[in-house]
Design a protein around this ligand. Structure first.
Ligand code: FAD
Length: 469
């Protein structure tokens, strides 16, 4: 029987990072993946969605030169802007292929053993892998569970039906639906809904809560809602999709709204109401690990309640984000290698690749208030940042929240162009318990969007230069 020190089940941004780091640390490691190297994130999540967002944005900028500001820059062109969906999909798949191929190489070159197959846990220290060629039993000292998550299906909207899409199907579309109803206004629904709308589908978003992006700063939501309105994407809040039926040539979705039941015609229905962790069907129940709701309960070292069993990533709790999975993965690898480390992260930054982008690190304003902090807030609109004007993207703001007692940076929320790239400075500030002046006195290069983070921090102190305090 094959014996290794550690088996990692799943090769998403949790599992593959853990396996690479374990191998680097000299631990004999086998990583087992049932579908593709890179997991959801690289194959049907973060990467393909961002590829489509980039392409759709370029396309819609050209289709609507007035709205995108290209006309103001004096740029004009013929009216026949077209998109070839098959070519777009091939381009996206090319990116995915490069990245997943790179992961496989890195695993191999670092010395991790790899198996494509479905792992089942038999008990502590024992798994069976079903491969294309048969089954193999493996003995090990440690098992790292990195099995990820799956889209939630709602009753009456089966993903098996050709009209109903989960995020995976939406990312693979080769033909654009004329009308799309998106059920769920969280980050995945907004990102994919924006892609479809920018490519030319008439999109309607149905959200059960009283705001889009539940949990996000209402100021952010206002900017997004305004832009969706400009893009002619209706948003139905406090509304619940009850079911749908096939009409003559399209689907008719029944929605319970505060003003009574409405029906929406759609050629496709995209359901993005969340994801649940993959904790069943592979023998986890035999281990009797403590659970935290649907998630596997872990401590700060990624250990479960059962010795020799670790869990990381989506399966181990919110937020279900790739970078959180990878961070937990590195901690677990170090712990298995005998190092005395634990997960000390103060913040898991979150990014939403909408129009404009949204990014947060640390506490948002309402969260800081709810936590009982006396706060100072500095807010700078993108329209006051010189570099934003030069790019034509002036929507949004940067908001810095300080602890009023010592001017420590509690959190930063950015809604605007390149928020995804700007947020890392904020995450570092929160991690380092930086004070406002650590950012305010750091010379930021001019002209850059990063100056806005510095300016918002100074604004919180009443010392901004380019906006009135
Ligand atoms: P996964 O990536 O889900 O990987 C788990 C792997 O385990 C899978 O490959 C699966 O096949 C394998 N597996 C499961 N069971 C077994 C078994 N029994 N045997 C063998 N293998 C098994 N996150 C971000 O941070 N940024 C983003 O921009 C972002 N965008 C997203 C967009 C979309 C459309 C979606 C759906 C998700 C997005 N996410 C994003 C979330 C991100 O993809 C996940 O948080 C991340 O993939 C979780 O990593 P993981 O390693 O825990 O699991």
């Amino acid at each position: 029987m094959k014996t290794v020190n550690t088996v990692v089940i799943g090769a998403g941004p949790g599992g593959y990072v853990c396996a690479i780091r374990l191998a680097q640390l000299g631990i004999e490691t086998l990583v087992v993946e049932k579908t593709n190297w890179g997991g959801v994130c690289l194959n049907v999540g973060c990467i393909p969605s961002k590829a489509l967002i980039s392409a759709a944005t370029k396309f819609s900028d050209l289709v609507s030169p007035k709205k995108s500001g290209l006309s103001d820059m004096g740029i004009s062109f013929g009216s026949d802007v077209e998109i070839d969906m098959l070519k777009l999909q091939a381009w996206k798949e090319g990116i995915v292929g490069k990245l997943t191929g790179g992961i496989a190489q890195l695993l191999e070159k670092n010395g991790a053993q790899m198996m494509i197959g479905e792992a089942t846990i038999n008990g502590v220290g024992s798994i069976t892998v079903k491969t294309a060629d048969g089954s193999e039993n493996i003995k090990c000292e440690n098992i790292v569970i990195a099995t990820g998550s799956t889209p939630i299906e709602i009753p009456g909207f089966s993903y098996k039906d050709p009209r109903i899409m989960d995020s995976t199907k939406a990312l693979a579309i080769k033909e654009l639906p004329k009308r799309t109803v998106v059920i769920g206004g969280g980050y995945i629904g907004l990102e994919l809904g924006t892609v479809l709308s920018k490519l030319g589908s008439e999109v309607t978003i149905v959200e059960m809560g009283d705001q889009l992006l539940p949990g996000f700063d209402p100021d952010v939501v206002r900017v997004l809602a305004r832009n969706l309105k400009k893009s002619k994407v209706p948003v139905m809040l406090k509304s619940r999709a009850l079911g749908w039926e096939e009409n003559e040539d399209c689907a008719s979705v029944t929605v319970d709204t505060p003003k009574g039941e409405k029906s929406l015609d759609a050629d496709a229905i995209l359901v993005t109401v969340g994801r649940f962790p993959n904790t069943t069907g592979f023998g986890l129940e035999k281990l009797n690990v403590n659970m935290d709701g649907r998630f596997i309960k872990i401590d700060k070292q990624g250990k479960t309640s059962v010795a020799g069993i670790y869990a990381i990533g989506d399966v181990a709790g919110n937020p279900m984000l790739a970078h959180k999975a990878s961070h937990e993965a590195e901690v677990v690898a170090e712990v298995i290698a005998g190092h005395n480390v634990q997960n000390e992260a103060k913040t898991v930054p979150a990014v939403v690749f909408t129009n404009p982008e949204v990014a947060t690190a640390g506490l948002q304003e309402h969260e800081a208030k709810a936590a009982g902090y006396d706060i100072k807030v500095g807010k700078v609109p993108f329209a006051a940042i010189g570099r934003a004007l030069t790019t034509g993207h002036t929507d949004g703001f940067i908001k810095v929240v300080l602890d009023a007692s010592d001017d420590r940076v509690l959190g930063v929320t950015i809604c605007g162009s390149h928020a995804s790239d700007l947020i890392s400075e904020a995450a570092l500030a929160v991690e380092m318990d930086a004070s406002a002046l650590d950012i305010g006195l750091t010379i930021h290069p001019h002209p850059t969007l990063g100056e806005g983070v510095m300016e918002a921090t100074k604004a919180a102190l009443g010392e901004a230069i380019h906006i009135l305090n």
